[in-house]
Write a protein that binds this ligand. Structure first.
Ligand code: N01
Length: 547
């Protein structure tokens, strides 16, 4: 069952029925707020609803890639393997929606197109693409960080006679690659996961690679039932690891420097991590992402592995990455480099011979034309701000979020949760929060619980308008940038820095101080009565929480 009945007023409108929207709805409903989620798709799942491409799988271990707010839920759901596949995560989120009877307050097939703040009533007017609208006291975005697909402008795409797809908007029906000549543009996490699976089915696969990536074996495997029983019995400890660690998952980062081990010992450490799979290698030493020399040791190790795995030295050479390891998201794969040993796979370096156009028959680079039946864009996303910019969000004085964040070419938020000039508006895992660089479900739960507690407080104190101050957001944004500048992340062009989108201002919009530190800061703000926010009780303005 899903909600279609028209409502005029709600305490809270939530955008999106992914991990964020589902828990936000549950949490607010439990706290007694009238809430509705609006979702563009016809089902729950968010990013896991749209990303149905072959091989789609999570890079965080299953037992941590779930909610921890309900012990009962954790006991009732059983993951089948170490790294969950997209269909299994989608089943999990549907299970959650059913268990907590969430669908009755979710309106599917409805895209929120505009959200405007009315200063006379202190309410948000939320406009849907079907012409309906609703008024709400609070507007909460669960749009996620990676929901605005990036389809670069290639001349001639409309002339292509074959089928084409973007990994982030994959159709619900199976795409049949049998007997087909398939091309994949892009070798980020999506491309690297899809390529080995497509290669096994297609007649021929051509991979158009612009930047070679560092990828490590996931070493996925089915979970033994004893292991599952053990994790269920250890729920409290798993929850603690998720909620009180720097990464929000079970990954322990070793506290020694890569440079403190002699080369032979270090090599053994990397070998062991490579065999263990997952993100063991990224957490082998604490300074891999802050010290150039330390970073080189890991990068050299992975390059040596590529040369070992790929039999043709020319192809291996093309696959060697040369940016700072980990500063684009490190990837976990299943047989990615091995795929380039197959007879039916061709690797094309489009940095050397750039793509000129898409033709009716396929794709032309500066060197030659490749005939294709299916073309896949694994070209990523306009991350972090892109999902918010898809909606016409306007705060006080009719200023749009896009205009505000364009000015001075910088995004400004307080804690990644709120932004000045946009009262009663919250972003779950917004820009300048830890978001994608920690375990997303953990980051989401922390924001959802903080927002729910905040709304509870505002209700209890009769607060009408809750807005962060310009000073607080300036200080937080500055702090975020300072922390990022201490790392190697800022030295690489990536979607983290906005460099993947033409014309997008370059800035690093993820808080890198660690999930535990960040959570502590958020808790302090709440405990202070919301320092850094202005709280207005009916007509009386009270600064910085002193109400
Ligand atoms: O996107 P990407 P993605 N011509 O931006 C190339 C999460 N995720 O969808 O590097 C030619 O990483 C581009 O080349 P370059 C995860 O956080 C997680 O793969 O810009 N090529 C690059 O190779 C991830 O980081 C999971 O030179 C062009 C690729 O397209 C994020 O999503 C799975 C091009 C884009 O890579 C995004 O990953 C999937 C052009 N004009 C995704 N434009 C898991 O949990 C772009 N490219 C495992």
């Amino acid at each position: 069952m899903m909600s279609t009945n028209q409502v005029n007023y709600l305490d809270a409108v939530v955008l999106g029925a992914g991990f964020s929207g589902l828990y936000m709805l549950h949490s607010l409903r439990e706290a007694g707020f009238t809430t509705r989620v609006y979702e563009a798709g016809d089902g729950v799942g968010g990013v896991w609803y749209w990303n149905r491409y072959p091989g789609a799988r999570c890079d965080i271990e299953s037992i941590y890639y779930n909610y921890s707010f309900s012990k009962e839920l954790y006991q009732e759901w059983t993951w089948t393997s170490r790294f969950p596949e997209q269909p299994e995560i989608l089943r999990y989120l549907n299970f959650v929606a059913d268990k907590f009877d969430l669908r009755r307050d979710i309106q599917f097939n409805t895209r929120i197109s505009a959200v405007h703040y009315d200063e006379t009533s202190n309410r948000w007017k939320v406009q849907m693409n079907d012409g309906t609208s609703v008024t709400a006291k609070y507007f909460i975005s669960g749009a996620g960080c990676l929901s605005a697909a990036n389809l670069p402008k290639f001349n001639g795409l409309e002339s292509f006679k074959g089928e084409w797809y973007h990994t982030g908007k994959w159709p619900q029906e199976k795409v049949d690659f049998k007997g087909k000549r398939v091309g994949v543009i892009g070798t980020g996490s999506s491309g690297v996961q899809a390529i080995p699976v497509i290669a096994k089915e297609a007649d021929h696969l051509t991979v158009f690679q612009r930047t070679p990536q560092y990828t490590m074996p996931a070493r996925n495997h089915p979970y033994a039932s004893e292991f599952i029983n053990q994790t269920k019995a250890n729920f409290n400890e798993i929850k603690r690891q998720m909620r009180e660690s720097p990464t929000g998952n079970g990954i322990q980062i070793r506290t020694i420097s890569a440079l403190s081990d002699p080369p032979e010992k270090r090599h053994q450490v990397y070998e062991k991590a490579w065999e263990e799979g997952g993100y063991a290698l990224t957490s082998a030493y604490y300074d891999l992402f802050i010290n150039e020399e330390a970073n080189h040791t890991a990068a050299d190790f992975i390059r040596s592995k590529i040369k070992e795995i790929v039999r043709n030295p020319e192809i291996a050479e093309k696959l060697l990455p040369n940016y700072y390891f980990g500063t684009k998201r490190p990837i976990l794969d299943t047989d990615y480099y091995e795929t380039f040993n197959r007879e039916n796979v061709t690797l094309v370096d489009v940095k050397k011979a750039p793509i000129v156009e898409i033709t009716p028959k396929g794709l032309r680079t500066k060197e030659m034309e490749y005939e294709l039946d299916i073309l896949i864009f694994a070209t990523g996303y306009d991350g972090l701000t892109g999902p918010l910019f898809k909606i016409d969000i306007r705060g006080k004085d009719g200023v749009s979020l896009k205009e505000k964040w364009k000015e001075g070419s910088m995004v400004r938020t307080y804690l990644g949760l709120a932004t000045a000039g946009f009262p009663n508006f919250f972003m779950i895992t917004g820009p300048e929060s830890p978001s994608v660089l920690v375990n997303m479900p953990t980051a989401i739960e922390q924001h959802v619980e903080w927002i729910t507690d905040c709304l509870d407080y505002l209700r209890e104190h009769n607060v009408e308008i809750f807005e962060t101050t310009v000073e607080a957001e300036e200080a937080w944004s500055k702090h975020c940038r300072e922390v990022a500048e201490m790392t190697l992340y800022v030295k690489t062009d990536s979607w983290y820095t906005g460099a993947n989108i033409a014309g997008k201002p370059r800035s690093f919009l993820i808080y890198l101080g660690g999930f535990d530190t960040y959570k502590h800061k958020c808790n302090e703000v709440a405990a202070s009565g919301y320092n850094g926010f202005t709280l207005s009780i009916k007509d009386v303005l009270s600064e910085k929480g002193s109400i």
